[in-house]
Design a protein around this ligand. Structure first.
Ligand code: ZN
Length: 223
């Protein structure tokens, strides 16, 4: 695929010996793609991502994959923290919940899918480790949010989506922990993060039967 270089100064060295085994997807959460690109390349902002995908499907490379980009911030997954060192970060242009959250255009999703497939071909990133920023920072972040088509991506080989729901039983906190979420936050906060990714039709923080069944299925598939 065609990728344009638009270098950002905001990166540093990855920790020695750490594999790159997480792919973290974001939305930009700013009024425009131009504004997001400017911020992600501003040395004073101290934030970046490896790639930015515009709404028209244009893809920009800001940071080389072998360098550490600064996108995840305070983050947790499967007992590990500060995940920038082992992840690739992709920012997907969308105003986000703050500035007018709207559907991700088909052209943009197709570009995200192609880009992710290329990234996955270069690194040992299992399907269960393709994550939302909200998965790894559930108390701070909502992105890329419930309009993002995780199920469609999984159908094309990017990320995990269970073939069918499990039994609607079990302790939700234990299941969330088995998937990889930190478990020291209020349950509704964690459930909303889970729902934004794996049960987007209902983001209410409540462990109803449908959410429990999906939790069990994802925990089993991610195990
Ligand atoms: Zn983010």
């Amino acid at each position: 695929m065609r990728i344009r270089d638009l270098p950002s100064p905001n990166h540093d060295e990855r920790p020695a010996g750490a594999p790159v085994d997480l792919l973290i997807l974001h939305y930009t959460g700013m009024r425009s793609g131009e504004a997001a690109l400017a911020r992600l390349r501003d040395p004073a902002a101290r934030v970046s991502a490896h790639y930015v995908v515009e709404e028209d499907g244009a893809v920009f490379r800001l940071v080389p994959e072998e360098r550490r980009a600064w996108h995840a911030g305070v983050s947790h997954w499967r007992g590990d923290t500060l995940l920038n060192g082992r992840s690739i970060g992709v920012e997907i242009v969308n105003p986000g919940h703050e500035f007018g959250y709207r559907p991700f255009p088909a052209l943009q999703m197709a570009a995200v899918c192609d880009l992710c497939l290329e990234i996955l071909a270069r690194h040992p990133i299992p399907p269960r480790s393709v994550l939302a920023h909200s998965d790894v920072a559930p108390d701070r972040k909502d992105d890329p949010g419930e309009l993002f088509d995780w199920q469609g991506l999984a159908a094309n080989g990017v990320g995990l989506w269970p073939a069918e729901d499990g039994m609607a039983e079990g302790d939700p906190l234990r299941l969330l922990g088995a998937i990889g979420y930190r478990t020291d936050l209020p349950l509704p906060v964690l459930l909303r993060a889970f729902q934004r990714h794996w049960r987007p039709e209902r983001v209410d923080g409540i462990a109803d039967a449908g959410t429990l069944a999906r939790l069990a299925a994802v925990a089993s598939a991610a195990g």
